[in-house]
Design a protein around this ligand. Structure first.
Ligand SMILES: Nc1nc2c(c(=O)[nH]1)N[C@H]1C(S)=C(S)[C@@H](COP(=O)(O)O)O[C@H]1N2
Ligand SMILES: [Mo]
Length: 339
């Protein structure tokens, strides 16, 4: 698998983008992109060409619209030019898991528009020398936004390819200046039953807030992204606006949405799905075709969009195809017991 990292000095996307991705981007553009369109591809045209996505700046605060516009292409997943075509924005923004808005795939798109995403602040605390409550803009301002085209593999057995926009989590953590006791990072989603109907449901098994965690070295890995946009625009609320984690080599449940707290901690945090069903969901949750879920195989996945006549079942790859980049993080760890 090929991951192309673009150096800050590279300005012409067509010169540095692997052919397959460049083609997928052109397909996504509906044939509107000219060769050598360069960074213009990352501008509002990318969003509007799709016909579904809104234009950057419609809803985003001005500072965020500027950051999204200035994004450069970072890391992409060009593995297979047919399989790894971008998932249409419409599928990525209507087929969601976001239990705060309900258990059905259609609940978040239907109900998340209620969520107020500006102003938004995040508390950074725990084992840090430079923590505190920060405005989203304060968190984002010092970093260059990047576009990252990643696979997203849900533990339920479906997957997508999504172009995220955001900043490396490592930069935010570095600025918080962790102490020597910081070994893990713990994340929390907003709790607000008024805005999040799923949190009012008596049927939910989740003990809110939704919590996730990473080992510090996983959090500092260059592939780990804090996303504030996708498909050239701000994040739709149903995808975790205004700030969500994206860890492409792990099952989707690790990629926690609508984050309000990032804590550097000494002990391994208990994450929501492990708390609910520890035999089925662990802390690591690395994508692994050889370790089945107790109730289903993880050897294959259904790549969206699919139909009855084109089920689009593909082979799942170890670490979701990012093994070259991340396998060394797990040297000596038994992936069967540490699922
Ligand atoms: N706060 C919160 N984050 C969450 C979830 C959730 O229910 N609540 N679902 C997770 C799961 S199971 C998946 S597969 C991804 C889905 O992200 P998407 O809807 O943007 O595709 O979000 C993850 N992040
Ligand atoms: Mo998931």
């Amino acid at each position: 698998m090929l991951i192309k990292t673009v150096k800050p000095g590279d300005l012409r996307e067509s010169a540095v983008t692997p052919e397959s991705v460049y083609l997928s981007r052109r397909r996504f553009m509906g044939g509107m992109a000219g060769l050598g369109a360069g960074l213009a591809l990352l501008g509002p045209g990318l969003a509007s060409a799709d016909g579904n996505a809104e234009t950057i700046g419609d809803d985003a605060p001005e500072w965020l619209a500027d950051k999204l516009r200035e994004a450069r292409l970072g890391v992409v997943t060009p593995d297979d030019p047919e399989q790894d075509r971008l998932t249409p924005f419409r599928d990525a923004s209507t087929y969601n898991n976001f239990y705060e808005f309900g258990p059905d795939k259609s609940d978040p798109a239907r109900l998340a528009h209620r969520l107020q995403t500006a102003p938004w602040s995040v508390v950074i605390d725990g084992e840090v020398n430079n923590g505190g409550r920060m405005d989203l803009e304060e968190i984002a301002r010092p970093s260059q936004f990047e576009e990252r085209i990643y696979r997203l593999r849900c533990v339920e057995g479906w997957s997508m390819v999504i172009p995220w926009l955001g900043i490396p989590l490592a930069e935010v953590i570095r600025r918080a200046d962790p102490t020597s006791r910081a070994h893990y990072v713990r994340f929390e989603t907003l709790v607000d039953p008024e805005q999040m109907p799923g949190q009012r449901s008596v049927f939910s098994a989740i003990d809110w807030p939704y919590v996730e965690g990473l080992r510090l070295d996983e959090a500092m890995h260059p592939l780990t992204l804090l996303a504030m946009g996708m498909y050239g625009r701000e994040l739709p609320n149903q995808n975790g606006a205004p700030l969500r984690l994206v860890v492409p080599w792990k099952y989707g449940f690790k990629s926690i949405k609508s984050i309000v707290r990032i804590s550097l901690v000494e002990e391994q945090p208990m994450n929501t799905w492990q708390q609910i069903a520890p035999d089925e969901y662990g802390f690591y949750a690395n994508v692994n075709p050889d370790v089945d879920h107790p109730r289903w195989s993880q050897a294959t996945e259904r790549r969206l969009p699919n139909t009855l006549f084109r089920p689009n079942i593909i082979k799942t790859q170890l670490f979701n195809g990012y093994a070259d980049e991340v396998a060394s993080l797990y040297a000596g760890l038994d992936l069967r017991t540490h699922y």
